[in-house]
Design a protein around this ligand. Structure first.
Ligand code: 3MF
Ligand code: MG
Ligand code: MG
Ligand code: MG
Length: 386
């Protein structure tokens, strides 16, 4: 039980289990792991796929012949293990050239360089069979407002994303683009700060059907927003193309903690939401082992993410099937036909009936919703006593 299998669609990034534990104050604490070794280790753990930034596999500045050799060796590992590469993304944040933005840099050389890097990453992903292309605009932000750049970035970003989608179409690549919001870090503020911001922006693109979201648990949580609500809105819009699962304490630096390690209740409702949403994409863990860990700790971290997900899935299902929960929910959504008749699409008759309606105001005001009992049941399922 709780054994991860490929059909669970768990994925990790090369950069997640490969994270060397560097932080703004401290050096690396672990060795870089060979991507081929990572593929074999992940396959042993029952993982479905491995995702990557261009630079996770092919270090910046690698000559073409060496690049081809690396790709060949990596593809061989994928064939041997059956692991997929569902998603690729360009690293548009590490190169010092991107210090004031990549696709929204004020320097047109930098914008062009970032665009070319994106096209090359699409080529690489196509070779590896990827169908999801993530854009995380980590450097598309600012600390200084005086430049007035905030008026220009939307146009630059739109032009770049339209260019990328047209390139995919031209090459016959199947990519769906998943845009990943984050409020800040590494920039003081990032322009595309929240799920809602990107959802609205997509509607201004030339091919909106090619674009969706890659929401991340930690990113909404950093700004104190409710990640479960954000994902629900993305699902409702038909735009959940990918998801980054991890954990995070509110109002802190970006922590990328093991899934479920901090906000268990939110993780419980997130798994419940995903598992009943019809979402069939990867369950990607964008997190890393704590800096205190050696390689053994890295694999314990990876196993923990998946095991917690599967436990929460079982707990959420049991919660839903509990007769007491069912009774409470049936009472909560009282389907009183007399009241329901006043609601629905507009008609003149309905509006007139609504104006004549007699409301049971006294009862409405006195009603208790029994949510203390319902929520206590959640806690008891989480504590494992039910
Ligand atoms: C940063 C992130 C990124 C993105 C990645 C694209 C390095 O907080 O979440 O991880 O997820 O670049 O998937
Ligand atoms: Mg992140
Ligand atoms: Mg991060
Ligand atoms: Mg992420």
């Amino acid at each position: 039980m709780y054994e991860p299998r490929p059909e669970h669609k768990f994925t990790f990034g090369l950069w997640t289990v490969g994270n060397v534990g560097r932080d703004p104050f401290g050096d690396a604490v672990r060795e870089r792991l060979d991507p081929v070794y990572v593929v074999h280790k992940l396959a042993e753990l029952g993982v479905y796929g491995v995702n990557l930034h261009d630079e996770d596999l092919i270090p910046r500045g690698t000559p073409p012949a060496e690049r081809d050799r690396i790709v060949h060796r990596f593809k061989k590992a994928l064939e041997e293990t059956g692991l997929k590469v569902p998603m690729v993304t360009a690293n548009l944040f590490s190169d010092p050239a991107f210090k004031d933005g990549a696709l929204t840099s004020p320097d047109p050389w930098v914008r062009a360089y970032a665009l070319r890097k994106s096209l090359e990453t699409m080529d690489l992903g196509a070779e590896l069979g990827a169908e999801i292309y993530v854009v995380w605009p980590g450097r598309e932000g600012a600390e200084v407002e005086a430049t007035g750049k905030v008026r220009k970035v939307w146009g630059w970003m739109r032009e770049a994303l339209d260019f990328m989608a047209a390139y995919a179409e031209d090459q016959g690549y199947p990519y769906r683009f998943a845009l990943e919001p984050k409020p800040n870090e590494p920039r003081g503020d990032i322009y595309f700060a929240t799920v809602g911001s990107f959802l609205a922006f997509i509607q201004t693109l030339a091919r909106p059907e090619r674009f969706g979201l890659n929401p991340e648990f930690a990113h909404e949580t950093m700004s104190g927003l409710n990640f479960v609500h954000a994902v629900a809105q993305v699902l409702e819009a038909g735009k959940l193309f990918h998801i980054d699962l991890n954990d995070q304490r509110m109002n802190r630096f970006d922590q990328d903690l093991r899934f479920g390690s901090e906000n268990l209740k939110a993780a419980f409702f997130l798994v419940d939401l995903l598992e009943h949403s019809g979402y069939e994409g990867p369950r990607h863990f964008d997190a890393h082992a704590l800096r205190t860990e050696d390689e053994e700790g890295v694999w314990a971290f990876a196993k923990g993410c998946m095991r917690t997900y599967l436990i929460l899935k079982e707990r959420a299902q049991a919660f839903r099937e509990d007769p007491e929960v069912r009774d409470l929910l049936a009472a909560y959504y009282r389907e009183d036909p007399e009241a329901v008749a006043y609601l629905g699409p507009y008609s003149r008759e309905r509006a007139e009936a609504l104006k004549r309606a007699e409301f049971p105001l006294e009862a409405m005001r006195k009603r208790g919703y029994d949510l203390e009992r319902l929520d206590q049941l959640v806690v008891e399922y989480l504590l494992g006593v039910r």
